[in-house]
Design a protein around this ligand. Structure first.
Ligand SMILES: *Cc1c(COP(=O)(O)O)cnc(C)c1O
Length: 377
């Protein structure tokens, strides 16, 4: 079945007898037992709720996984995931990462006794492995520098060494990239972004290839209590119905905007994985069927950054990405503010870099908005 059909129809579970086409919101924290020692399959919503279960099945289908667990945010999903590891465990993570992920690693995981090393690409993973390495966590494309990591090459290394490969698939979504099919063990999402798609809900998910792993993660999820609420599960289910259509449009518009930015004298460099001169263009074409809606670009000075951020009208100067509205962010002050300056500079996140989440407005309107905002640069 084509992915766009799965998006629209979700999963096959029917929870009521009315024929409702849209899954009901089961606003119940607890479920009555039919008899002593008996269960309807639902006992208490921290463990499971029918609306959340429906969403989980839907994402499992989209990612071709064994099981999915939905959390109250992407970071809640990552926090639960990190409970798989113990003090002394070593984890290798991609160098360029969502700032919140880096913050969780450096301020919480390390306090809890885990060691984190960073790697730029698949080739470097092998060099960083130690006897205590347990997992490799990567983002591809990376945030905000849009580097692409060869997921299959990474999987070859992790499979040989029996390490878990965990991929943050937030930017491309299963519509364009399915990491489990490329050899990853766990796919992680900030559902807040493209899956929800409307800048109105926080959510996170973990999808696993192997059901043994999902049993451990489900135990952690019900014990630590970061599960997604029934209302928010419904909003993500509704968002996913249009995911394939939205991703196609984000992709086309972003390509148009990136090509336009490249022709602008006030723009120093454009980072978009769909540009043929992107250094990882070939890897992208091999492992993904689209390039998504995320563009970073740099201008020549900090003054120009301020001018653009304060003059965009249709595009909103705000954190987050993947929604209907175009958003522009200043990684230095927003998503990556917690990175030490030297670490930030080493990644290329400097005071001239902007990140644009291309929304569903027309390409012309987005370009005209950027054009007028850049006038004073
Ligand atoms: C936003 C984001 C996260 C964190 O997710 P939240 O839903 O904000 O907790 C993780 N990874 C990436 C790539 C993100 O963009």
């Amino acid at each position: 079945m084509d992915i766009s059909t799965i998006c629209v129809h979700g999963c096959d579970i029917k929870y009521d007898t009315t024929g409702a086409v849209s899954v009901p919101i089961f606003a119940s924290s607890t479920f009555a037992h039919p008899g002593v020692g008996q269960s309807t399959g639902f006992d208490y919503s921290r463990s499971q709720n029918p609306t959340k279960e429906y969403l989980e099945h839907c994402i499992t289908k989209l990612e071709s996984g064994a099981e999915t667990i939905a959390f109250s945010s992407g970071m809640a999903a990552l926090s639960a995931l990190m409970e798989l590891f113990s003090p002394g465990d070593h984890i290798i993570a991609s160098y360029d990462l969502y700032g919140g992920t880096f913050r969780l690693f450096s301020r919480i995981s390390e306090k809890n006794g885990m060691k984190i090393s960073y790697t730029a690409g698949a080739q470097e993973i092998a060099e960083k492995i130690t006897p205590s390495t347990k997992a490799v966590i990567i983002e591809s494309p990376t945030n905000p520098m849009m580097n692409v990591i060869d997921i299959q090459a990474a999987a070859q290394i992790t499979q040989n060494k029996k390490l878990l490969l965990i991929v943050d698939n937030t930017f491309l979504t299963p519509v364009f990239q399915r990491p489990l099919s490329l050899g990853a063990d766990i796919v992680w999402h900030s559902g807040t972004k493209y899956l929800g798609g409307h800048n109105d809900t926080l959510a996170g998910t973990l999808t696993v290839k192997d059901s043994g792993l999902s049993e451990r993660l489900r135990f952690i999820a019900k014990t630590t209590g970061g599960g997604l609420s029934p209302f928010d599960s419904f909003l993500i289910i509704r968002g996913i119905k249009t995911l394939a259509v939205r991703m196609e449009r984000h992709n086309i518009t972003a390509l148009t905007v990136a090509n336009w930015l490249k022709t602008q004298g006030k723009v120093k460099k454009v980072y978009y994985i769909g540009l043929k001169d992107h250094p990882d263009y070939e890897i992208s074409c091999r492992q993904a069927s689209g390039f998504g809606g995320m563009i970073s670009f740099s201008v020549y000075d900090e003054r120009s950054v301020k001018i653009i951020l304060e003059n965009v009208k249709i595009i909103k100067y705000a954190e987050s990405l993947g929604g209907t509205e175009s958003l522009i962010t200043y990684p230095l002050l927003q998503t990556h503010a917690d990175l030490p300056q030297d670490e930030r500079e080493a990644r290329g996140i400097n005071n001239c870099l902007l990140r644009l989440s291309v929304g569903l407005e027309s390409a012309d309107d987005i370009i005209n908005d950027l054009k007028q905002a850049m006038e004073g640069c």
